[in-house]
Design a protein around this ligand. Structure first.
Ligand code: AQP
Length: 332
């Protein structure tokens, strides 16, 4: 079986619809066909300031949401990044292979550090993509299921894997990004020119899966569309409507063309009312299942302990080979 690896940050509490449709939904499907490793990336989370108590709670909450979304610890390896020390260890080696200019060109860093100011942005935020490189290479992943915003980081991963293999000898599988066109980028409901994101979206444009279903329905019903009235998938000229159609289609399994036909001659109101209902049907059981997992922290922790053990077995092997190739003297 080919291998996949991906991760999600435990920073915001609730996952948003972009996280789910862009990434987590694919993780659930891929555990059936791939040898799948998924993690809650708490090392990444501390690249911006975190409250320790909240971070700990959010790490369990992220795990509960992943299980509620359909990850099955019997079918995939689910773990917390800091439970596997090899991530930080390989990241150091990769940091030493990365050019300063190369890291400076990462657009996510440029955007985030511009917002925070270069004195407040941490060096950890700067090397975030390199830690991500280590995350992926440790598991010899063939594919990495992510949203479009991560494409540049996967390219960096490929470059560094090839660089290491060329300079020191074959150590790493060169991975590919696994990005589904339909859900690669889910847009803000109030400003469909920007991606839905926990840090950049306005509260009304961001669908948090754990919010009250009623509030979520209201956000869908007040989504920004356009002054035209035709329901047609046309991301360039009708970004708001097209975003709603993508979300609707993915959540229900209906083809976009079928939806265009279904709503021909009807107004945007009908589309939004129906999508609001679809969303409520999706988030209501998701919230309930998340709460059930949260109510049983011992089970959660034991799933994570088993996951870390399985992950470490793979990660330790890669790290030891890497250390050897780099020229580190083996510890006796
Ligand atoms: N809008 C999106 N559309 C499609 N995929 C998305 N992802 C995030 N936003 C969208 C994908 O979700 C996965 C987890 O990403 P993350 O751990 O970076 O989650 P996040 O920090 O909650 O994502 P945000 O909201 O994008 O954070 P900020 O605002 O800090 O930048 C990834 O695979 C990502 O591609």
């Amino acid at each position: 079986r080919p291998r996949v690896l991906s991760g999600i940050q435990p920073t915001a509490g609730s996952f948003h619809l972009g996280n789910y449709l862009g990434a987590v939904r694919q993780w659930v499907a891929l555990q059936e066909t791939h040898d799948a490793f998924y993690m809650v990336v708490d090392l990444h989370a501390i690249t911006v300031p975190q409250d320790p108590k909240e971070l700990r709670a959010n790490t369990r909450l992220a795990t509960a949401q992943l299980l509620a979304a359909g990850l099955d610890p019997e079918r995939c390896t689910l773990f917390v990044q800091s439970h596997v020390p090899e991530h930080a260890q390989l990241a150091w080696v990769m940091n030493c292979l990365t050019g300063f200019g190369e890291a400076s060109r990462m657009t996510q860093f440029k955007d985030k550090s511009a917002k925070q100011g270069t004195d407040r942005a941490s060096v950890g935020l700067f090397t975030y993509p390199v830690l991500q490189v280590a995350d992926i290479l440790l598991y010899q992943a063939d594919e990495v299921p992510v949203g479009e915003d991560q494409r540049q980081h996967i390219e960096l991963t490929r470059d560094l894997a090839e660089r290491f293999n060329g300079r020191f000898g074959e150590a790493f599988t060169v991975p590919s990004a696994y990005i589904l066109k339909e859900t690669a980028k889910i847009y803000d409901l109030q400003d469909p020119s920007v991606k839905m994101s926990k840090s950049a979206s306005t509260p009304k444009g961001l669908i948090n899966l754990l919010d009250e279903p009623k509030a979520t329905a209201k956000k869908v019903r007040s989504a920004v569309t356009d002054t035209d009235t035709v329901i047609r998938f046309d991301p360039e000229n009708k970004p708001g409507v097209s975003n709603l159609l993508s979300i609707y289609s993915t959540l229900t399994g209906a083809q976009v063309a079928e939806l265009e036909e279904k709503y021909a001659g009807k107004g945007y109101g009908a589309l939004k009312t129906d999508l609001a209902e679809v969303m409520v049907e999706f988030v209501t059981p998701f919230r309930e299942r998340t709460q059930q997992y949260l109510d049983d922290p011992e089970t959660l922790d034991s799933i994570l302990a088993k996951g870390a053990e399985k992950a470490r077995a793979v990660a330790a092997e890669t790290l030891s080979r890497t250390y050897d190739l780099v020229g580190f003297l083996p510890a006796k």
